[in-house]
Every structure is written in structure tokens, then in C-alpha cells.
Write a protein that binds this ligand. Structure first.
Ligand code: ZN
Length: 278
């Protein structure tokens, strides 16, 4: 067994790497809680000023694990993000709502509020749940080969659980991304203001760590306050309340799928999603 998340100190930066390259770093709960542990470690380490989130291999993240052998949606983990009951002994919407509030929406919100700046270092695929992980970071540096998509409307679902789309993409482009499910490249992501830098693949690490080192020269408490300031303003712009509202729509879609097809993802597995995308 290899670690699903690795942790490394590089100067004043903590490098947190999703490490399931065989599955394009698909995020199962084991990875979620390993990420939470790694972020906590970085927050607690006074020598760490900035956190870099990366994906091992050719891709940042293919999204939530909906079909690998280590899919662990039925496994119980100690709840960290929200005060709610365990999902594993519940049924139906009760079960799904409990799980997704904790491992998707709750965890992403928790990570967004880490007091140290986080930089996502993105190459290759950054799809659906992968977008959630990039979006909770304060800055995003993308390689020229990076591509992004939220295709879950193919499952009848109006976007992933952490519904930052209108804020991260702007409402107009958010609609296009949701309505078509199509990929957009790093250049397009830069044009709409979703990413901070686009660099050649070979320079992704050096560019990301140069940015991290530059941020690290700032006072830690000032950075924490500046981060909170932007987050609070984003929330004043409706992000938090919008997400709460849309999370309900997301769960209407899951429940509808089960009512009409007995499958919360409308029968779509990774292979079907891939076929639909081509
Ligand atoms: Zn969901």
C-alpha cells in the first residue's frame, strides 16, 4: 500500500500531493481524510508559510472516485467537517446527504478556510471533483496541458457539490461549462480569471514554487487576514449562501435519479462518462 497523499517540506512551502496516479488521482474518502491530515500538519507547522496542492503523474485529478477498486463510499470515517451523523447505517437521501455534506461540501469549505495560502499546481485533467480541489486553493498555476470540465450534467446533476462555478468562472461561462460538459483548456481558464498563471509543463513546478516563495516573504498573520478578507467578500458576493441553496438542488438530482433509474449517478460510470465526452 502506498500513501494516497504524500507530504513534503520544500523551503517555506508544504507540498501536499494526491498520490493515486494509476487512477488519475481519483478522490476516495481515504484520500479526503489524508488530505485533511496533511493540510492540518501544514497549518500546525510554523515553518510552513504556503501550501502547494499537486497531483502525482500526468493528471491533477479526474474527480471523485466513482469506479476504482478502492472506492470507499460505504466506509465510515470520523467526521471532521460537519456535526452530523455517520452515513453508513442510513438509507436513501439521508445516507447520501450525510456523506456528501461531510466529505465533499464540508471538507472543501474547511480547506478553503485554512489560514495559510494554498496554491494548486495543475497539469493534465482537472475534472469535476478535481475542480473542487483546485477551487478551494487561493491561487491556481496551470500547465499548458491542463484541461478542466464539470460534466456531471450528463448524470442529470447541476454541477459538483462545491458549487463555486459562477464565482470561479463568471456566470456566463459557468453556464457554458455546465450546459455542454465540455473541456476547456488552461488558456481559456486564464481568460476568465479562473487560474493565475499558465506555464509550459516543464516549468510548472519551478513557477509554482517561485510564486510560493514570494508569498512566503509576507507576514504570516497578514496573509491569514488577507485570505480571510477575500473569502469573506466572496461570501458577501453570495458564494456561501449560493452553495447552500445549490447543494439542495444537487441532492434533488441524486434523489430523482434513484427514483427513475435506481442509480444516483443515472447509471453513469467512468467508462460511460468517457464515451459521452468523446
Ligand atoms: Zn453528489
Amino acid at each position: 500500500m502506498t500513501d494516497v497523499v504524500t507530504y513534503e517540506r520544500r523551503g517555506r512551502a508544504a507540498l501536499v500531493t494526491m498520490n493515486r496516479p494509476r487512477y488519475r488521482n481519483a478522490q476516495n474518502s481515504a484520500m479526503t481524510y489524508a488530505l485533511d491530515e496533511a493540510f492540518t500538519r501544514a497549518v500546525d507547522d510554523n515553518e510552513v508559510a504556503v501550501i502547494v496542492l499537486a497531483g502525482a503523474g500526468d493528471h491533477f485529478s479526474a474527480g471523485h472516485d466513482i469506479g476504482t477498486p478502492e472506492r470507499d463510499a460505504d466506509t465510515s470515517f470520523p467526521r471532521q467537517a460537519v456535526m452530523w451523523w455517520d452515513h453508513t447505517d442510513k438509507a436513501g437521501a439521508d445516507r447520501r446527504y450525510a456523506r456528501e455534506m461531510e466529505v465533499y461540501l464540508g471538507m472543501c469549505r474547511r480547506w478553503r478556510e485554512m489560514p495559510k495560502p494554498a496554491v494548486a499546481m495543475v497539469q493534465g485533467a482537472c475534472i469535476a471533483g478535481g475542480l473542487m480541489l483546485a477551487w478551494v486553493c487561493d491561487l491556481i498555476v496551470a500547465a499548458e496541458d491542463a484541461f478542466f470540465a464539470d460534466p456531471v450534467l450528463r448524470m442529470g446533476i447541476p454541477g459538483v457539490e462545491y458549487f463555486a462555478h459562477p464565482w470561479a468562472l463568471g456566470p456566463r461561462f459557468a453556464r457554458e461549462v455546465l450546459f455542454t460538459g465540455e473541456r476547456f483548456d488552461a488558456r481559456r481558464a486564464y481568460e476568465v480569471g479562473m487560474v493565475n498563471r499558465v506555464v509550459p509543463r516543464a516549468e510548472l513546478e519551478s513557477a509554482t514554487f517561485a510564486l510560493a516563495e514570494r508569498i512566503a516573504t509576507m507576514p504570516a498573520f497578514g496573509l491569514a487576514l488577507a485570505k480571510r478578507a477575500v473569502n469573506q467578500c466572496e461570501d458577501q458576493m453570495g458564494l456561501r449562501a449560493g452553495m447552500d441553496a445549490v447543494f439542495g438542488l444537487h441532492h434533488v438530482a441524486h434523489a430523482h435519479n434513484v427514483e427513475v433509474s435506481e442509480n444516483p449517478l443515472a447509471g453513469m460510470d467512468p467508462a460511460a462518462m468517457k464515451r459521452a465526452a468523446s
